[in-house]
Design a protein around this ligand. Sequence first.
Ligand SMILES: Cc1cc2nc3c(=O)[nH]c(=O)nc-3n(C[C@H](O)[C@H](O)[C@H](O)COP(=O)(O)OP(=O)(O)OC[C@H]3O[C@@H](n4cnc5c(N)ncnc54)[C@H](O)[C@@H]3O)c2cc1C
Length: 359
Amino acid sequence: MTLRQAQGQVDYLIIGQGLSGTWLSWFLARENRSFLIIDKNEPITPSKVSSGVINPVTGRRMVKVWMAEQILSFAHEAYTEIGTFLGITAISQKNLIDFFPNPHQRQVFLERIEEGEEYLHSYPDQNQFYQFFNYELGCGEIRNCYIAHLENLLPAWRQELKKNRRLLEENFEFQNLVIKENSVEYNDIRAEKIIFCDGLSSFENSFFKQLPFAPNKGEALIVEVPGLPAQHIYKKGFTLVPFQEREKFWLGSNYQWNFPHANPTKEFYEQAERHLSGWLKLPFKILDHVSALRPATLERRPFVGLHPHQKNIGILNGMGTKGCSLAPYFANQLAQNLLYKKDIDPLAHINRFQKILSF
Ligand SMILES: Cc1cc2nc3c(=O)[nH]c(=O)nc-3n(C[C@H](O)[C@H](O)[C@H](O)COP(=O)(O)OP(=O)(O)OC[C@H]3O[C@@H](n4cnc5c(N)ncnc54)[C@H](O)[C@@H]3O)c2cc1C
């Protein structure tokens, strides 16, 4: 029997196994629903080049991220649970050491502590990192940060999907999709619903291309730094994030709204290398240079739910710069909505675009 025959009829056909497809399939699997994922296994995707950082504060003003309390604790629990199930480390807690890049940022950080921001703290031993870094303006600490180990999670979940014959590794061809009254058909697969978790590809999908996507390019260097402790995430303009693999760190990123292409650029490479040479006191080696387009949205909120005019078609997308924390939370909301008609947060539900989705 071929995989297609085994999966001929499923409840859900999911397109994409990035963070969004991984989490949606996880929550559907927990509810014993049948599904099939089609993912073309591209070597470079936002989920594969992400640093995995979950930070409770954001922006130059260091304000709490949207729905910090619910989303962060949900993410921690979900990654811990899937990690236990798969026998991998899917998440670890690491505080972020913020080396102030200029007097203004230092002042903002200290003011936010004064205002009582619970995640920001002054660092007791300002000299602790002198043997590793150059920093003239001191440092602060952001607590309750996490690293989602996507380099462990994505391949391990993929392996599990393959083992259970729930993954087709191929390109999904939109023109072969047929929408029926109460189902969808794709080649010889029939499903009750199709859910698009395909990142940038949804920008071109005729059901969702009207949504206000705003792709944002990010690049990063993968570096080896022998002797640098991996207990923290470090930041001074750029962020240095430890991988689980010894001595390996992720260095990035930039946020570009206008870009001629999605490939890594010489400008970023040189800028990041120069920055690290000035910041780090230890020798380092550049191992790789990666780049991808974040599936961001104009109003910085995800796109979640069934199409307001097509009840068999849904989307989980628009995770932007915060996919590691938003994807588990909203994948669960979507699964609960599909199965039990529970509410999706109105700020994330695609019903808010009911009008433009009717064209
Ligand atoms: C440099 C960089 C750093 C980042 N750092 C962080 C961070 O520290 N913390 C954080 O929270 N977020 C971070 N992000 C953002 C985060 O990576 C994204 O929000 C998230 O990965 C989006 O996941 P997704 O599953 O929605 O989309 P994607 O990762 O794009 O996944 C879509 C999947 O669908 C597949 N696909 C698409 N079209 C088809 C098709 N036609 N047929 C078959 N398969 C298809 C793709 O191959 C892919 O596997 C970063 C992003 C970048 C680029």
